[in-house]
Write a protein that binds this ligand. Structure first.
Ligand code: TK8
Length: 358
């Protein structure tokens, strides 16, 4: 990176102002914790290739760099991680298949893309399930969540850790949205909203009167640019770091779903690693996931304000407006709760409530 202030003395006022704006392109994020723990023994050298969907500025990327640093330092450079962001190796679903066949070592999808491996993960796709980030984090750290990671066993995928994608918000290019009626349109057509390839998300947007269009994340920007879809839903940090505000004029703070990320490795890669390397990979995954959760939280509101500063019109919803969305998506629970499991849903709700009651 060019030293930011090296030529500052030569700059005009206007240029200094624009540098100030450029500087604001990332929030003040906590630095990753110092890497401690012993150097592990020499069990040969491995290069681990890791692909995912988001871009270089994202918490997902920054924490993956930290993961790479932990492995490199604690193996004295014998374990190296090559990171391929921006869906350049494929989308979440394709990269999980590459893990199964052993053509890719690691990926970091949204849990919603992995429900065909572990159906319990679909609990996270239920709308308005987790009322606060604190509750969500408690759930991610619970035994119930650990058993979802364990349930990947035998699939060809070793699931290592949950982290945070975050609360999903609606954006679109057609109109401000403050109610389900605004999504459905009264005398105009319903919004065409890109969703993840996940049946619960389809049901949510159908219930809201949209035309849901499942699509890989990597295709989304150009689909919006070309008007194939009116909108999409993702956390503010993703909307910002993927430059969606360039093609989306309106945002709504709906917080309709909290999506985790799952850091995962090919079982073939895992099996090739010495147990000491495996333990290091597992520990580094937990540490980098914890760091990701921390900076994702730091990023979230900041990203919303940045989007606003860059011209996105953001609609904040009060409790009554959120309640209207909640009511409109009730059919999703009726349809999907039996499928996902009433017991699991209750268990997750109780964990969430235990935080709220604290
Ligand atoms: C990135 C995806 C993405 C997800 C989506 O690979 O597809 O909308 O939220 O961030 O996992």
């Amino acid at each position: 990176m060019t030293p930011r202030w090296s030529h500052a003395a030569a700059l005009t006022g206007a240029a200094i102002l624009s540098l100030g704006i450029a500087q604001a392109q990332s929030p003040e994020l906590s630095a990753p914790p110092a890497i401690d723990g012993e150097v592990v023994g020499d069990h040969g050298s491995h290069t681990i290739r890791m692909g995912f969907g988001l871009s270089e500025g994202s918490p997902q990327y920054l924490s993956s760099r930290y993961f790479a640093d932990i492995l490199e330092q604690r193996s004295e450079g014998r374990l190296t991680v090559q990171i391929f962001p921006n869906s350049q190796l494929g989308d979440d679903v394709q990269m999980m298949e590459m893990l199964q066949t052993g053509t890719l070592d690691m990926t970091y999808p949204s849990s919603s893309a992995a429900t065909s491996y572990v159906s319990e993960l679909a609990v996270f796709d239920l709308p308005f399930l987790l009322p606060s980030r604190e509750a969500a984090i408690e759930v991610l750290q619970s035994e119930a969540a650990q058993s979802m990671l364990d349930a990947f066993e035998g699939s060809g995928i070793k699931a290592l850790a949950f982290s945070e994608n975050g609360y999903r918000q609606l954006s679109n290019s057609a109109r401000p949205v403050a109610s389900p009626e605004d999504v459905a349109g009264l005398d105009v057509r319903g919004l065409t909203v890109r969703t993840m390839e996940n049946p619960v998300h389809l049901a949510i947007w159908e219930a809201l009167g949209a035309n849901p269009t499942p699509m890989a994340f990597g295709e989304l920007f150009s689909a919006m640019e070309q008007g194939v879809v009116d909108g999409q839903e993702n956390p503010w940090s993703t909307i910002l770091t993927s430059n969606f505000h360039e093609v989306q004029d309106y945002g709504s703070e709906t917080r309709h779903v909290y999506t985790p990320f799952v850091m995962m490795m090919s079982e073939r890669t895992w099996d090739r690693l010495d147990p000491e390397y495996q333990a290091l990979v597992q520990e580094a995954a937990r540490q980098s996931a914890a760091y990701e959760i921390q900076i994702s939280a730091e990023y979230d509101d900041w990203a919303r304000d940045q989007l606003e500063a860059r011209g996105m019109q953001i609609t904040r919803l009060d409790d009554a407006q959120i309640a209207a969305f909640q009511e409109a998506v009730q059919p999703v629970y009726e349809e999907w709760a039996p499928e996902i499991g009433e017991e699991l849903i209750t268990e997750i709700q109780q964990i969430a409530a235990s935080v709220a009651d604290d």
